[in-house]
Structures are given as structure tokens and as C-alpha cells.
Design a protein around this ligand. Structure first.
Ligand code: GLN
Length: 451
């Protein structure tokens, strides 16, 4: 049924970069056979899923939305891919994304943009716009995203779906193509809080192949999602997540959510987190710095695209020609920014300062979580904007992650879930819930209560 749905509408939505029809049907039949033979089935047996094209898959191409990896079929499965297969999930295919997960609209994909199923002329968010569009268009009931600065939560917000950035280290990064390794985090996307929890439980947990993976059990997310409540909880509202640039309808729905929390028995506390104002600036030094280092591996020698290798050119020239042809503008912008920020003489002024700001943000969160159990905010300041509107204005694009980035810098967990439609444009608004590290279950407890 989901393949038929994809056939019917994906030409318009363009959520998928690759559809694995044969593989999906084979997997579904294997589940049937297991069931008939009375064998034990995995926890998500037969449930179709759309996988962001940033996770390696042995039997499908992995492009990361870039020409530099066009046609590359990885020799191994990411840990997350393996866990999905072990849970008997049916992987439908790979979803569209901003190139190397850099963007907030999926317009930076080398393979063309994805439309928001609510209005195809608008962006589905990014970088994981393909995954959220697949959910919103009922092409898949579950999807996987990755969140470096908001790429799970902002697409969830603008498509009226649920997305969770687990605690950093909560889901393995092994086989997840690196953008900014100290911020990147894979996580679940779904249409309901409980569905997200069921997927979270399957993909989470310790992985010895990822040195930053947390060696502790997955927080009890499913139990929390089944027992939604905010009775007696302290909920923080951060002063800094408001003001100029926030759309009126977004603010209205957010305020209604705060009233709802109160009516359900929560106490609301106003919080001051002054360092949050610096989060975007720190992020746009740290993320490009790590990206400039991580993307050095695309040298045209080991794998992926190779341009100009006609026997007359040096390896350096082939590398340069390949990177010129293979990377898009935003990726080049970040590599240049990052290389500059890390260069000798500038390192302390830029990268060093940004790391200090990162510590201040972490401390703001620590202080906040002495007073409250969770923090709530709008996920993103506006509803889905028209395709093309911010494409030539990187600064405007970066503002989409104003409320999501602090969480990545501190490494704690956050969820976006729908909280109604903005009256002025009828488009979905996202409510963000933020919890301390390894308290991901709180997101689900609160999310299930207000869903
Ligand atoms: N929009 C942010 C960026 O462009 C975040 C992307 C992400 O979370 N992968 O870097």
C-alpha cells in the first residue's frame, strides 16, 4: 500500500531519492514467512520506513544529497540500518535531504527540492525534508532523520509531524555520514509520539563502533509515551525564545500550548538563558569547522565522484576539479568558513570563542534544569516558507534553527510535535520540548500528554 502511495504522489512530493521496491517487498515477504513459520518477529515487524539518505545501506545507494557520492553503494550497513533490519522493519527507500545535511529547506539537495505535502510550493524543512514529507504525505508511517542543529525537529514542525533529537550519543553515528561530529545525532520521525517512541527504542542504545555512544540503556521512552502526563511537572519557558522574527500565529499556538500544560497540572516557570542569544553564532563556527575537517575525505581518490582523471593531471588537480564539480554552493561556503575559522592566527578568536560560548550554553541549561523538568518553546519561528524565498539569503535560512540549535550545542534531548495550525496561513506549527541528557523519556511523557 505504501509503495502504491509513493507511485501515486512522489513524483509531485519528491520525498525519495531512491525507492527500493524489490528490497521492500522481499523484506515484507520474509516477515510473512517468519510469521507463518511461528518464528519470533522483531518489534517493528513489517512496518515500512523511509530512511534519510545519510545512513549507509549495503544494498542501496547513499548520496547524502550530493553529486560527490552519486551512485555510491556503501560496502557496509550503518549500525542504525542494521538495527532496523534486525527489528524486521521494511525499508522503503532513501529520502531527500540538503546536501550533507546543511540547510533548513531541502533546497540544497543536488537532486532538486522536496515539496511540503501541505502546500507543494513550500519547503518541507531541512535538512531532513524528505523524511518529514514522506510522513506527512502518508508515503511511510515511520522515518529516520538526523539533527545537527534542527534537521529532525524543524522539518517535523513545518510538516505537522513528530521528530525527536535524542541525547547526543543515544543513537549510534556509525555509518551516518558525518557533517559536524560533535553535534550530529540520528533520531526517530513519526506521525505520533508513541510511534516515535517505538522507533526510538529500536534504534537507540550503546554501540562499541561509535566512540561517543553512551554506554547505558535507552531511557524508558515507550513506557513514557504510553503514560503521558504533566501533573506536578515544572515546565520552563525561556525568555530568549521570543521576540522579533516570530510569526504571530506561531506565538499564538505556542501560548495556547503553555495554557494547556497549566490546565493539565504543570507549573510554568519563566527562565533567563542569556547565552542562547549567542547560540547561532557559535554554531556557525563550530559546525563549519567540523565540516571542513570531515569533508576532507572526499578527495576523489578513495570513493565517489572523480573528475578530470585523464592521465595527464596530478592527484591534487583531480581532487580540486572533483570538489569543484561535486559540492554545491552551501557546502563550499561551510568548508571555506570552517577552514578560515580553524586557520592559525584565527583559531582562538573564532573556534576557541565559539567553544567557550558552547560551555556557557551548557551551563545555562544546567541552571535551567535545576528549576524545571522540561523546557518548551516554538520549534521554529515561522511556518513553512515558500520554496525559493530564502534560497539566496543564507542568514535568513539560518534563522530557522534559532530555537533548536542550543540543544545540539549542549547535547541534551528535544522533541517537536504538532500544536495546531497558524491562523494566518493554515500551516502546521511545532511545539518544542527540551529535556536534560538521558532524560529523553520526559519528552515522550509530556508529548503524549499534550498531543
Ligand atoms: N539548518 C542547520 C544547518 O544548516 C542544521 C542542519 C542539521 O541539523 N543537519 O546546519
Amino acid at each position: 500500500a505504501h509503495l502504491a502511495r509513493i507511485d501515486a504522489i512522489d513524483e509531485k512530493v519528491h520525498a525519495f531519492l531512491h525507492i527500493d521496491r524489490e528490497g521492500a517487498l522481499a523484506q515484507a515477504r520474509a516477515v510473512d514467512a517468519k510469521r507463518e513459520a511461528g518464528e519470533k518477529l522483531g518489534p517493528l515487524a513489517g512496518v515500512p520506513l523511509a530512511l534519510k539518505d545519510i545512513f549507509t545501506t549495503q544494498d542501496m545507494p547513499t548520496t547524502v544529497g550530493s553529486k560527490i557520492l552519486e551512485g555510491w553503494v556503501p560496502p557496509y550497513d550503518a549500525t542504525l540500518t542494521k538495527k532496523l533490519k534486525a527489528a524486521d522493519v521494511v525499508i522503503l527507500g532513501k529520502t531527500n535531504m540538503d546536501e550533507f545535511a546543511m540547510g533548513s529547506s531541502t533546497e540544497n539537495s543536488a537532486y532538486g527540492p522536496t515539496g511540503n505535502p501541505w502546500d507543494l510550493t513550500r519547503i518541507p524543512g531541512g535538512s531532513g525534508g524528505g523524511s518529514s514529507a514522506a510522513l506527512a504525505s502518508f508515503e511511510a508511517p515511520l522515518a529516520i532523520g538526523t539533527d545537527t542543529g534542527g534537521s529532525i525537529r524543524q522539518p517535523a514542525a513545518v510538516t505537522g509531524t513528530v521528530g525527536v533529537k535524542p541525547t547526543y550519543g543515544g543513537v549510534s553515528r556509525y555509518g551516518m555520514v558525518a557533517f559536524s561530529s560533535s553535534l550530529d545525532q540520528g533520531g526517530p520521525c513519526a506521525r505520533t509520539v508513541l510511534d516515535a517512541a517505538l522507533l526510538h527504542e529500536v534504534i537507540g542504545g550503546h554501540d562499541p563502533l561509535d566512540s561517543t555512544s553512551i554506554d547505558a540503556p535507552v531511557p524508558p521512552v515507550v513506557e513514557a509515551a504510553r503514560n503521558g502526563s504533566v501533573q506536578g511537572m515544572r515546565v520552563g519557558v525561556v525568555k530568549q525564545f521570543a521576540g522579533e522574527g516570530y510569526q504571530a500565529g506561531v506565538v499564538q499556538r505556542f501560548n495556547e500550548s503553555v495554557e494547556l500544560l497549566k490546565s493539565l497540572g504543570a507549573t510554568v516557570v519563566e527562565l533567563d538563558c542569556p547565552s542562547f542569544d549567542l547560540a547561532l553564532s557559535a554554531y556557525y563556527l563550530i559546525a563549519p569547522s567540523e565540516c571542513s575537517s570531515n569533508l576532507a575525505r572526499f578527495d576523489a581518490m578513495r570513493y565517489g565522484l572523480r573528475v578530470g582523471d585523464d592521465g595527464t593531471r596530478s592527484a591534487e588537480d583531480v581532487t580540486a576539479l572533483t570538489r569543484e564539480a561535486g559540492f554545491g554552493d552551501e557546502v563550499k561556503r561551510r568548508i571555506i568558513l570552517g577552514t578560515y575559522a580553524l586557520s592559525s592566527g584565527y583559531y582562538d578568536a573564532y573556534y576557541g570563542s565559539a567553544q567557550k560560548v558552547r560551555t556557557l550554553i551548557t551551563q545555562d541549561f544546567e541552571k535551567a534544569f535545576e528549576q524545571v523538568d522540561v523546557i518548551v518553546s516554538p520549534t521554529t519561528p515561522t511556518t513553512a516558507f515558500p520554496i525559493g524565498e530564502r534560497a539566496d539569503d543564507p542568514m535568513a535560512m539560518y534563522l530557522a534553527d534559532l530555537c533548536t540549535i542550543p540543544t545540539n550545542l549542549a547535547g541534551n534531548s528535544a522533541m517537536s510535535l504538532p500544536c495546531g495550525l497558524a491562523p494566518e496561513d493554515g500551516l502546521p506549527v511545532g511545539l518544542q520540548i527540551i529535556a536534560p541528557a538521558m532524560k529523553d523519556d520526559r519528552l515522550y511523557k509530556v508529548g503524549a500528554a499534550v498531543e
